[in-house]
Design a binder for this molecule. Structure first.
Ligand code: MN
Length: 199
């Protein structure tokens, strides 16, 4: 069984003007596709074949850089497409809103922490909102294609929202202005999808 590139749940231009169509096309069709192909090549014919990414991540410190980087790349991007929407933005509701208020005090505080995590991640990586082992939400960032499911993560947890801050995610439209990309991204966040992931 091989890993498969998932279809985007919307058109390339659906997230305009916040995320431009050309970036989406290259990001999904070239970058994500490459992670899937390289991941399949890395596990094919090994005893890792058929294992879930979550299982691989739990012991990723013992695996090859190819599995770590491309497995992370596949998982992270599959999540990323799902938590964005042309009808995104606004405020979370229900249990998610309550959990954010409980663990951050307010949505503004969460955004502030998350934006800081995204802005200060040196080089390429991701900013995350995750559920920790204690059931509480926390913000973190990881380098490259790592994520909080990996045993190498500084703080481990179950990610419910992640933002790609690799230059390939924003450079065509925002060039060096990563904070502008991060600020605009809140207009496409799919809070319902994030709430589903928290359940
Ligand atoms: Mn990416």
């Amino acid at each position: 069984m091989s890993f498969v590139l998932p279809n985007l749940p919307y058109a390339f231009d659906a997230l305009e003007p916040h995320v431009d169509a050309r970036t989406m096309e290259i990001h999904h069709g070239k970058h994500h596709a490459a992670y899937v192909n390289n991941l399949n090549a890395a596990v094919q014919g090994t005893d890792l074949e058929g294992k879930s990414l979550e299982d691989l991540f739990a012991g990723v410190s013992k695996l090859s850089p190819a599995v770590r980087n491309n497995g992370g790349g596949h998982w992270n991007h599959s999540m990323f497409w799902e938590i964005m929407s042309p009808n995104g933005g606004g405020m979370p509701s229900g249990d998610l809103a309550a959990a954010i208020d409980r663990d951050f005090g307010s949505l503004d505080n969460l955004k502030q922490q998350f934006n800081a995590a995204a802005a200060t991640r040196f080089g390429s990586g991701w900013a995350w909102l995750s559920v920790g082992g204690d059931g509480k939400l926390f913000v973190s960032s990881t380098p490259n294609q790592d994520n909080p499911l990996m045993d190498v993560a500084e703080k481990q947890g179950r990610p419910i929202m992640g933002l790609d801050v690799w230059e390939h995610a924003y450079y065509l439209h925002y060039q060096n202005r990563r904070p502008d990309y991060v600020a605009a991204w809140w207009n496409v966040i799919n809070w319902d999808a994030v709430a589903q992931r928290m359940k």
